[in-house]
Design a protein around this ligand. Structure first.
Ligand code: F6P
Length: 324
């Protein structure tokens, strides 16, 4: 293998740049050419491909976002789109791919590999941490720390005014950010898509806490079955009629996706990037380079996409137990 290409796809996450840097420099170390594909699968289709040098990735390790940009591509969902992408890659003589992203990225990579046989290894880049085959995903640690900084500030004002705050964190299908913020931020309640918490239960807990606390924080993962934080707050508020209690809502949103990556995310991105390139050179393909128990493990894309990574029961219990 003498020429490989790297791209980022789906939602960006802090540490993707560290991963790109590791891919480029590991490739150069092994004397292979590394190309960067701009805008993910869309750029592949449009031939937006450029050769990377060691200096192309200078001074990016500490930056959030992705220098290769990201996009969600409708065209790549079609057979014609994928054929066009393969033709563009062939024009550059690309013999292997490194795909940095989440389950949508790996679903595309798996289909592409099955159709055209181009060896591909993935790196887990998403703030959601919802990928099987790795203990953590690149960007998760930074997102949790960013959210915690905001939650700490909200707690100050919540306590000053004896208010109940509903704070929405990201996680369309997953409660990883919510549960870690719940534990790290000392939330009274956490609502996640993986478990069912009814409005009755929320009301009961908050009313129960009135004896011991004057203010409360409820963390809601955006994908919770009862709705987003604003919707849940309205439902709960209507059950406190006649009581002198104020409710507020804050949606943290995309601030969780940006910012300088933590040390953990820089190191995870770097390890995974190096493992992806060295995996390709050793014949690994159609799989993701994750880190499990501090060891690099290559898991098939199929497992990464289809197997679930449930929240730890211990974490759910810990949050609940410490919120009394
Ligand atoms: O990166 C993952 C994620 O942040 C989800 O938690 C969220 O639902 C989604 O991406 C939002 O993505 P976008 O801003 O690209 O629509």
């Amino acid at each position: 293998m003498k020429k490989i290409a790297v791209f980022t796809s789906g939602g960006d996450s802090p540490g993707m740049n560290a991963c790109i840097r590791a891919v480029v420099r590991t490739g150069i170390y092994h004397e292979i050419d590394v190309y960067g594909i701009m805008y993910g699968y869309d750029g592949m289709i449009h031939g937006n491909i450029r050769k990377m040098q060691s200096h192309s990735v200078s001074n990016i390790l500490q930056r959030g976002g992705t220098i290769l940009k990201s996009a969600r591509s409708e065209a790549f969902r079609t057979k014609e789109g994928r054929k066009k992408a393969y033709e563009e890659l062939s024009k550059h003589g690309i013999e292997g791919l490194v795909a940095i992203g989440g389950d949508g990225t790996f679903t595309g990579a798996k289909i592409f590999f099955e159709e055209f046989g181009l060896p591909t290894v993935g790196c887990p880049g998403t703030i959601d941490n919802d990928i099987f085959g790795t203990d953590y995903t690149i960007g998760f640690d930074t997102a949790v720390n960013t959210a915690l900084e905001a939650i700490d500030k909200i707690r100050d004002t919540a306590a000053a005014h004896d208010r109940i705050f509903f704070i929405e964190v990201m996680g369309r299908d997953s409660g990883y950010i919510a549960i870690e913020c719940g534990i790290g931020g000392g939330a009274e309640l956490v609502m996640v898509p993986e478990t069912t918490t009814t409005i009755d239960e929320v009301v009961k807990s908050l009313k129960g806490l009135r004896k011991s606390k004057t203010s409360s924080i409820v963390i809601v993962a955006e994908g919770d079955e009862e709705g987003g934080a604003a919707e849940i707050m309205d439902k709960v508020k209507s059950r406190f009629k006649g009581e002198d209690k104020e409710f507020k809502v804050t949606t943290l949103g995309h601030i969780q996706r940006g910012g300088s990556p933590t040390a953990k995310d820089r190191i995870l991105g770097s390890r995974s990037g190096m493992a992806a390139v060295e995996g390709l050179l050793k014949g690994e393909s159609n799989c993701m380079a994750g880190i499990i128990n501090d060891q690099v493990i290559y898991s098939p894309f199929d497992a990464c996409i289809n197997k679930s990574k449930p929240l730890k029961d211990e974490y759910l219990r810990l949050q609940e137990l410490l919120s009394i």
